[in-house]
Write a protein that binds this ligand. Structure first.
Ligand code: SAH
Length: 218
């Protein structure tokens, strides 16, 4: 299942060409996508879809994000080797693998216990070793802060102030913000006295839960 052959590599190169056509230009992002074997994150029944530019179910009602979404969000983060990055929403671990390929140190937190355990056990087998955390990432990881970059991979109702507080000066957070069905990708750059805000395209993420996310019980 974890085998990576010339056919898979060929499909990945095709995917990279597609992402270029869709406007992704950061070569470091594209080369990470060309390297990470996305098909090993898929169940056998869905294997043939691994290199389509689509999101897919990974169990527990969650999804592995669409490659374009991963590429877009990662490009906006302006990752430099050595950056200390917080990822909220570990999910399959694919996004974490991309960040690690780019030379970042990755702290990733997941709120779903089963997914946390599954990915914590699986991802290191591929040679990808982020620091794994279990819990409500909408509050960040205070004991590991500050971070150079924060990427939120679930749709938030608001920009969590707690996360902004955990950014370094000149730190960057990329987060989809909106309602349950659609969110605008936002980039926040933390300056000494203010936070610069930019808005980009619309995306559809699974909801960010927790203290600064959606309360789905009510
Ligand atoms: N980055 C993932 C995609 C994640 S899908 C990947 O590359 O596959 C969004 C994930 O966010 C889901 O796994 C969901 O369980 C998780 N999540 C939702 N709310 C969260 C929270 N408050 N803290 C941490 N994880 C959360």
């Amino acid at each position: 299942m974890t085998e990576d052959n010339y056919k898979q590599r060929g499909l990945r190169n095709k995917l990279v060409s597609k992402l270029r056509l869709k406007g992704i230009t950061d070569e470091a992002v594209l080369s990470a996508i060309a390297k990470v074997p996305r098909h090993v994150f898929f169940e056998d029944a869905l294997l043939s879809h691994a290199y389509e530019d689509k999101a897919f179910p990974i169990g527990e009602g969650q999804t592995i994000s669409q490659p374009y979404t991963v590429a877009f969000q990662t490009e906006k983060l302006q990752i430099k080797p050595g950056n200390k990055v917080l990822e909220v929403g570990t999910g399959s671990g694919y996004q974490a693998a991309i960040l690690l390929e780019m030379g970042a140190t990755v702290y990733t937190i997941e709120f779903n216990r089963k997914l946390y355990e599954k990915t914590r056990d699986f991802l290191p087998m591929l040679g990808y070793r982020p620091y794994f955390f279990y819990g409500d990432g909408s509050k960040g990881i205070p004991i590991k802060a500050p971070f150079d970059k924060i990427i939120v991979t679930a749709g938030a109702p608001i920009i969590p102030q707690t996360l902004l507080n955990q950014l370094t000066e000149d730190g960057i957070m990329v987060i989809p913000v909106g309602n349950r069905d659609a969110q605008k990708m936002m980039r926040l750059i933390k300056k000494k006295e203010k936070v610069l805000k930019e808005e980009f395209n619309q995306f559809a993420f699974v909801p960010l839960l927790g203290a600064e996310g959606w309360n789905l019980s009510g």
